[in-house]
Ligand binder design. Structure first.
Ligand SMILES: [Zn+2]
Length: 491
């Protein structure tokens, strides 16, 4: 008995020892930047230019409703008139119908260029939500220290703050050491199949192999993990894949007074329920594991015991993450039934019932894996499973955090908060961005906009009361200015 107890105590001591050693081996936080990048901008004028862009209703409709071409042409005209130096110094091409490709020729055109991406289009505002907006969604109102409206977070801020940076640098006499491409898509919100894809194809056909691509996707997050005080910069190094599957249950229709043994609605409901009961495996690897490891130095010792020992504590960490929707999205391929359709009359058995289920695919899995998983989970000959449309995207490759491009982004972010030990960590973007169109051609693709998004702010994206503070907008301009000034450091 005594020996058993002794063995148990020794094992426990050993475990504690291992955990403590793991926690102690977590490296120190990266040093804070000593000096910031000083950028002076006329934020009143800059904000007015952003507001003008917001007023243009460059809406992408998922429903196939035609876009307002004039609004996009208005955006093109706004860029030309509000950023005259950039418009004159850079070469403009319209690609894919309405997307913009600006080329800023560098001093050394033999060096690998840099690509700064953004998109002009926005999602619609549902009529039902209009009353909830404090300022009309396309007013571009400047009030209470914010610019309000659709696109202020996603993604006109990226486009306009990039242009502000370029305009300011040209005014200061700067010529980039290497060529810089500004690419602004017009259909990101519906997959970027005509805009960003066409631009990428155009550049690749010209032999462009970028040293760095940067697009939206990451941001300044707060309260990322319990025990983590203040903000963290999360830099997207990969994005999840995307597919929507249509499930069609087919049965005999007929009079509801004499139902067949299996009905289309019953079969479809069962299929959806089975699918939800068969989640994809959780995997604490790739970008999400890299994120936790990079956060560990900034956490108190008690948390480092967990994050410094992921080899042992992964199951615990997985359970913790799974308890929130974002945490779950970082761990597995998600299953979201989004549309249901069946029946025309209460006393008629429909011969067909359909559901659409949207999947966001974790790196390491593919569209083909998803279809196989769904087919096995549903396992019903009455239910046909097929992709909804041609938007079928495998997860992006994972970009290299040891690359000079990542280091430049990291250093630029730190320089925005001199004296602050700011966590800058890799991140798996759970949504999709136009950057995915570079997947097949570059592993130097990063996703970040230095805008702080607290809890409530994330719901503003595609939601109600989208807005950006004037100060945050000015700091976004500072970020792109600093980034462009640093591109001589890239290989
Ligand atoms: Zn966006």
């Amino acid at each position: 008995m005594k020996r058993v107890l002794l063995t148990l105590v020794s094992l426990l001591a050993l475990l504690v020892g291992v955990l403590v050693v793991g926690a102690l081996r977590v490296p120190a936080p990266a040093p804070a930047a000593s000096a910031g990048t000083a950028v002076t901008i006329d934020s009143v004028r800059a904000v007015e230019r952003l507001a003008k862009a917001v007023r243009l209703q460059t809406i992408s409709y998922g429903s196939g409703q035609p876009i307002d071409t004039a609004a996009f042409l208005g955006f093109h005209a706004l860029v030309a008139s509000e950023f005259p130096r950039a418009h004159a110094a850079l070469t403009r091409e319209v690609v894919g119908g309405l997307s913009l490709l600006y080329t800023w020729r560098g001093q050394d055109t033999t060096k690998a260029p840099v690509v700064l991406m953004g998109h002009m289009d926005v999602v619609p505002v549902p009529e039902a939500n209009l009353a909830e907006w404090s300022q009309a969604p396309f007013s571009g109102a400047v009030a209470e220290g914010y610019v309000w409206g659709r696109g202020t977070l996603d993604d006109k801020t990226t486009v306009l703050s990039t242009l502000e940076a370029v305009e300011g640098l040209i005014a200061a006499g700067y010529t980039p050491p290497r060529t810089v491409y500004l690419t602004f898509g017009h259909d990101e919100e519906v997959g970027g199949l005509y805009g960003a894809k066409a631009i990428v194809d155009t550049l690749v056909a010209r032999g462009v192999r970028p040293a760095m691509v940067i697009d939206e996707g990451g941001f300044m997050a707060s309260g990322l993990l319990p025990g983590l005080a203040g903000r963290s910069a999360i830099v997207g190094i990969a994005e999840k894949g995307y597919v929507s599957l249509k499930l069609t249950a087919i049965a005999k229709g007929g009079h509801s007074s004499m139902p067949t043994e299996r009905t289309a609605v019953g079969a479809l409901a069962r299929a959806v329920a089975r699918l939800e009961a068969t989640p994809f495996d959780d995997r604490l690897d790739g970008p999400t594991r890299a994120m936790l490891e990079a956060l560990a130095p900034y956490l108190p010792f008690s948390r480092r015991l967990v994050l410094g020992n992921l080899g042992l504590t992964a199951p615990l960490m997985t359970r913790m993450l799974r308890s929130s929707p974002l945490g779950g999205a970082l761990l597995h391929t998600t299953i979201s039934p989004t549309m249901l359709n069946a029946g025309v009359k209460d006393n008629v058995l429909p011969p067909e019932a359909t559901a659409v289920v949207n999947f966001r695919i974790l790196p390491g899995e593919t569209v083909a894996n998803v279809i196989a998983h769904v087919t096995a989970a549903v396992a019903d000959t009455l239910v046909r499973i097929e992709p909804l449309d041609r938007v079928q995207v495998d997860p992006s490759p994972v970009s290299d955090v040891h690359s000079e491009a990542y280091r430049l982004i990291e250093a630029t972010i730190r320089a925005m908060s001199p004296g602050v030990a700011l966590p800058v960590v890799p991140y798996l973007v759970p949504g999709g961005t136009d950057a995915k169109h570079w997947s097949a051609h570059s592993d130097r693709v990063f996703r970040f906009l230095p805008v702080p998004l607290g809890d409530g702010d994330q719901a503003r994206i595609h939601g109600v009361n989208e807005r950006i503070s004037v100060a945050d907008y000015a700091s976004a301009v500072g970020f792109f200015t600093g980034l462009l000034r640093g591109i001589d450091r890239l290989p």
